[in-house]
Design a protein around this ligand. Structure first.
Ligand code: OSB
Ligand code: MG
Length: 371
C-alpha cells in the first residue's frame, strides 16, 4: 500500500521505572524513551526506539538514535512516496549499524500502514498465529536473594509462565541453586548480558545441574564462535540475544551451533522486516524464538505483542504488563496479562491501543518536528 510521509515528530520522554532494573551492565531507574511519530494524510503511526540511555547493552543510546533519525533517516524518507512498509528498509540511507534508530521509524511506518488500511498490525505483518501470546518476566539483579525469591513468587502468583533472572559473576550459580530449591518445577532461565568469557566455561557448566530452559547471551555481544564452543560443553541450551542483529547472523549462529534458541528484539534487528527474516531463518532450522523486551513504553510493548503472533514465537517472551514498569503507561488501556499468563491480541487498527496524548505531553522533555 503506497503512502507518503509528510512529517516525522521525535519526542524524548522521561519516565521513572516503578522498580529499578539491574543487569550485568548496570542499573536503570528512569527510562528516556524516544518516540517516533510518522504522519501521512493526517494519520499518525507510532514507533519506539528501544535503545537504552547509555551505550551499554549495545552501541546505541537515546541521543545517538535521535541524531541518526534527524540527520540521516528522516531526510531520506520525508516527502518521498513509499510502496509499502515492507519496502521501507530500501529507502533508508546506508547507515552501518544503528538498527534501533532505524527500527523505531520502520515500526512507525508499519503501524501507519496498518492504520491507513484499517487493519490490525499483527495481521499486516503476517502474524495472528495465536490469539494470545505467552508471557514470561525478566527479573533484574536484586540487593539480596531473599528479595529475588519474593519477586519471583509475586510474578508466579500473577500467572506468568516463565521466570528469567539476570546473572553476572558473583550473582550466578549460587543464586540459581537457591531459586531452584525454592521453585523446583517452574520454567526458569538466566540472562548474563555478555558478562562471561569462554574461560568461564567450567563455571557456567555448573548451571547444567539446575535444568534451565536456556542460558541467554553468556559471552560477548558480538561473538558467535565462542558461543558455539561453549554450547558444545553445556547441556543447557544457549539462547542468543545481543549477537543476533540480522537474519545473516541468525543463519550463521545456527550453522555454527552457537545457539538452540533465539531471542528476537524488534529494535536490535532494525524493525519488522528483518525481525520476520530472523524468524523465518530460525523456523526453517527448527530453532524456536521468543520476543525480548527493552523496558519499553506501551508503544514498543504493543509492537512486540504483534511480533509475537508470528508462528515460530512458541516460547514465552519478555513482554509483560505495563504495570510492572509504569505507574501510568502512555497507551490506553495499559497492557494487561491474563491469569493464564498471556496477553490477548486486539482487533483495533494499527498496534491496537490508543495513545494517551495528554500523558505523552506531560512526560515529554524534548520534541522536534521534521518536514
Ligand atoms: O537482555 O533482555 C535483555 C532489559 C534491558 C536491556 C536488555 C535486556 C532487558 C531485559 C528486560 O531483560 C526485558 C523487559 O522486561 O523489557
Ligand atoms: Mg537478553
Amino acid at each position: 500500500m503506497a503512502f507518503r510521509i509528510e512529517r516525522i515528530v521525535l519526542r524524548r520522554l522521561k519516565m521513572p521505572l516503578r522498580h529499578f532494573f539491574e543487569t550485568s551492565f548496570g542499573r536503570t531507574t528512569e527510562r528516556q524513551i524516544l518516540l517516533v511519530e510518522a504522519v501521512s494524510e493526517g494519520i499518525s503511526g507510532w514507533g519506539e526506539v528501544t535503545a537504552g540511555e547509555h551505550p551499554f547493552y549495545n552501541e546505541e543510546w537515546t541521543d545517538s538514535a535521535w541524531l541518526i533519525l534527524r540527520d540521516y533517516v528522516a531526510p531520506a524518507v520525508l516527502g518521498r512516496g513509499l510502496d509499502s512498509a515492507a519496502q521501507a528498509g530500501a529507502m533508508f540511507p546506508r547507515v552501518r549499524g544503528h538498527r534501533m534508530a532505524l527500527g523505531g521509524l520502520e515500526a512507525a511506518l508499519w503501524d501507519l500502514e496498518a492504520r491507513l488500511a484499517g487493519e490490525p498490525l499483527w495481521k499486516r505483518i503476517g502474524g495472528g498465529a495465536r490469539r494470545e501470546i505467552p508471557c514470561g518476566v525478566s527479573i533484574g539483579i536484586q540487593d539480596s536473594v531473599a528479595q529475588l525469591l519474593e519477586k519471583i513468587a509475586v510474578e508466579l502468583e500473577a500467572g506468568y509462565q516463565r521466570i528469567k533472572i539476570k546473572i553476572k559473576p558473583g550473582w550466578d550459580v549460587d543464586v540459581v541453586r537457591e531459586v531452584r530449591e525454592r521453585f523446583p518445577t517452574i520454567k526458569l532461565m538466566a540472562d548474563a548480558n555478555s558478562a562471561y568469557t569462554i574461560n568461564d566455561a567450567a563455571h557456567l557448566k555448573q548451571l547444567d545441574a539446575y535444568y534451565l530452559m536456556m542460558l541467554e547471551q553468556p559471552l560477548a555481544h558480538d561473538d558467535i564462535l565462542d558461543h558455539a564452543a561453549l554450547q558444545l560443553q553445556l547441556d543447557t541450551p544457549i539462547c542468543l540475544d545481543e549477537s543476533i542483529r540480522s537474519a545473516r547472523h541468525a543463519e550463521q549462529a545456527i550453522r555454527a551451533g552457537a545457539c538452540r534458541i533465539i531471542n528476537i528484539k524488534l529494535g536490535r534487528v532494525g524493525g519488522f522486516a528483518e525481525a520476520r527474516r530472523v524468524h523465518d531463518v530460525a523456523q526453517a532450522a527448527g530453532v524456536p524464538v521468543w520476543c525480548g523486551g527493552m523496558l519499553e513504553s506501551g508503544v514498543g510493548r504493543a509492537h512486540n505483542i504483534a511480533l509475537a503472533t508470528l508462528p515460530n514465537f512458541v516460547l514465552p517472551g519478555d513482554v509483560s504488563a505495563s504495570k510492572r514498569y509504569w505507574q501510568r503507561d502512555i497507551i490506553e488501556p495499559p497492557v494487561e496479562v491474563t491469569p493464564r499468563g498471556t496477553i490477548e491480541i486486539r482487533e483495533e487498527p494499527g498496534f491496537g491501543y490508543a495513545l494517551d496524548l495528554d500523558y505523552v505531553r506531560h512526560v515529554t522533555v524534548q520534541e522536534e518536528t521534521l518536514r
